[in-house]
Structures are given as structure tokens and as C-alpha cells.
Design a protein around this ligand. Structure first.
Ligand code: SF4
Ligand code: SF4
Length: 69
């Protein structure tokens, strides 16, 4: 992940561990462990798919394109 201005992140609270984001990720970058989704930034391409699928809206992106911050 080289473009730090457009980064996806998961809020530290609110994730229910449904794994919708994990299934949506085309890069295998999203991992849900103990009801907390975390992003492997060495794989993430900031496509935003995870943010569009999260039913709890806890995945955000710095530019607010895929989910409201
Ligand atoms: S932004 Fe795209 S590549 Fe990055 S974790 Fe989400 S779905 Fe995967
Ligand atoms: S889609 Fe949202 S609520 Fe579900 S595991 Fe991912 S971050 Fe958590």
C-alpha cells in the first residue's frame, strides 16, 4: 500500500465478525479474528469492496468514497 492518502481502515469497535468483508476482498487482505476485522496492508489495494459490504459500517476510507467516515 503506497498511497497513504487513500487508505481503508476498520474501526476498533463495532465489528461483529460476520466476515462479509473477508469474503468480498479480492486480495485476501482482510482477516477477521476474534470478531475484529484487520487489513493486511501488504496485500490491500484500497479497492473498497470490504467497506461497501460491511453491514455495521465500521470500515472506512480516508476519502469517504466507499463508506462515510
Ligand atoms: S480495500 Fe479491497 S483489497 Fe483492501 S481489504 Fe478491502 S476489499 Fe480487500
Ligand atoms: S463486514 Fe464489517 S462487521 Fe462484518 S466482519 Fe467485516 S468489518 Fe466486521
Amino acid at each position: 500500500m503506497s498511497d497513504q492518502s487513500h487508505q481503508i481502515w476498520v474501526a476498533p469497535e463495532g465489528c461483529i465478525g460476520c466476515r462479509m468483508c473477508e469474503r468480498a476482498c479480492p486480495c485476501g487482505a482482510m482477516h477477521v479474528i476474534d470478531k475484529q476485522a484487520t487489513i493486511d496492508y501488504s496485500r490491500c489495494i484500497s479497492c473498497g469492496m470490504c467497506a461497501t459490504k460491511c453491514p455495521k459500517h465500521v470500515i472506512h476510507d480516508t476519502l469517504g468514497i466507499f463508506a462515510k467516515s
